[in-house]
Every structure is written in structure tokens, then in C-alpha cells.
Ligand binder design. Structure first.
Ligand code: GRF
Length: 213
């Protein structure tokens, strides 16, 4: 059984999608938030998942926060750490500690539009394709090996809100699938590229990793 710890900061809809996916061979060991008021905590509690809060506001430095968060995470000895709308930048030491076993979802087709306000940036740039990316976390923000990407067309009348809503729907399908691949030990990282062992199924509007050669 692979143990998963999910980090959230707010709504937690991606966390919810992963929990609801009930991935065979995986157990959600804990949901940890850096914000006491994160709405997603209630969902986790209702589903019998241990929750805790490590509030960044309680620590004087990023290093102290990172250390406290790592201590909390390590109590569960997780195989995988899933960042699901976790809105704190993590220090290099923290990231290296979990390298190869920490995933993030970012609401753009990386490497376009790292950082915040991705839908606004996409509209400003006039791109015709926009989407979301699941990637392994490396020290450079929004930059690690890409596991999967899902894309949607940008329409002339799209707004930040309409894009966010449409892309979130894709996220909720793609993120549980990426976690499932990890749990099944199908993800092979070769440099900056992630290959998928076995047969890659075609998903709605998805660009999935290529099967291993
Ligand atoms: C999602 O759009 C995700 O891509 C980004 O933050 C948002 C989190 O939403 N990292 P939720 O908390 O999972 O509902």
C-alpha cells in the first residue's frame, strides 16, 4: 500500500478528486494545510482522513516553516507527497528531501506562465491553447519533469473565470490519473522527461506521457 500525504492551502477540490478516485493500492495518510481555515480540511475530516495544520504564520523564517512541515509529513512516512493548491513556495532543502516523490499541479501548460494569475496571463498573451500540468517538484518553481498535461482551446469570449472553471474540470481527471500512475510505479523519470510504462490510454483532451521505448 502506498501512503500519500496531500498538502493544501484552500478549497482542496483536487485533493477531493484524488480522495474520491479511491486509487487501488493507495491510502491517503493525511491532509496537511498551511492555513487553518482551508475549506478542504473539512472534507478530509468527514472522510476520516487525519488532518493537521502547519501555519506558515507561526514561523519566523521559511526554513523554520519547511522544517516543521517536513516533521509533520514524515510522521506518516509517505511514499508520495501531493501538492494540491498548496500556495507556499518551498525551500530547496525541503524539495530535495522529497525529490522524485512530490507532485504538483499547475494551472497552465508549463513552461508557459509559471507563478500566479496564469489564466489572466494566458488571456493577455492571446494563446489559443491553455491548460494544466502535473509535474514532479524540483527546486525551480513550476519547473520539474512533466507527468501529464491537459489542454483546452481558448475562445474569444473566455474570461479568467471561465478558463479556470474549464481547466479545473480537466485537473480533476488528470491529477488522480497521475497519482494512480505513480502508485502503479509506471512513471519513469529520465532527465527532464517522464515516460509511462505500459500502454498509454487516450484521455479526453489530454496529452499523456509517451510509453517507455
Ligand atoms: C488549482 O487550479 C491548481 O491547479 C492550482 O491551485 C488551484 C487549487 O484548487 N495549483 P483546489 O484547492 O484544488 O480546489
Amino acid at each position: 500500500m502506498k501512503k500519500i500525504v496531500i498538502l493544501i492551502s484552500g478549497r482542496g477540490s483536487n485533493m477531493e478528486a484524488i480522495v474520491r478516485a479511491a486509487i487501488p493500492g493507495a491510502s491517503i495518510a493525511a491532509v496537511i494545510s498551511n492555513k487553518p481555515g482551508a475549506a478542504g480540511l473539512a472534507f478530509a475530516r468527514e472522510h476520516g482522513i487525519p488532518t493537521s495544520v502547519v501555519s506558515h504564520a507561526d514561523f519566523a523564517s521559511r526554513e523554520a516553516f519547511d522544517d516543521a512541515l517536513a516533521n509533520e509529513i514524515d510522521q506518516y512516512s509517505p511514499d508520495l507527497i501531493v501538492l494540491a493548491g498548496f500556495m507556499r513556495v518551498l525551500g530547496d532543502d525541503f524539495v530535495r528531501r522529497y525529490e522524485g516523490r512530490m507532485m504538483n499541479i499547475h494551472p497552465s501548460l508549463l513552461p508557459s506562465f509559471p507563478g500566479l494569475h496564469t489564466h489572466r496571463k494566458a488571456l493577455e498573451a492571446g494563446v489559443r491553447l491553455h491548460g494544466a500540468t502535473v509535474h514532479f517538484v524540483t527546486p525551480t518553481l513550476d519547473c520539474g519533469p512533466i507527468i501529464a498535461q491537459a489542454a483546452t482551446m481558448v475562445a474569444d469570449d473566455d474570461t479568467e473565470a471561465s478558463l479556470a472553471a474549464r481547466i479545473l474540470e480537466l485537473e480533476h481527471v488528470m491529477y488522480p490519473q497521475a497519482v494512480r500512475w505513480f502508485v502503479e510505479e509506471r512513471l519513469v523519470v529520465a532527465g527532464n522527461r517522464v515516460q509511462l510504462r505500459g500502454v498509454a490510454t487516450q484521455h479526453r483532451g489530454w496529452i499523456v506521457p509517451q510509453p517507455e521505448a
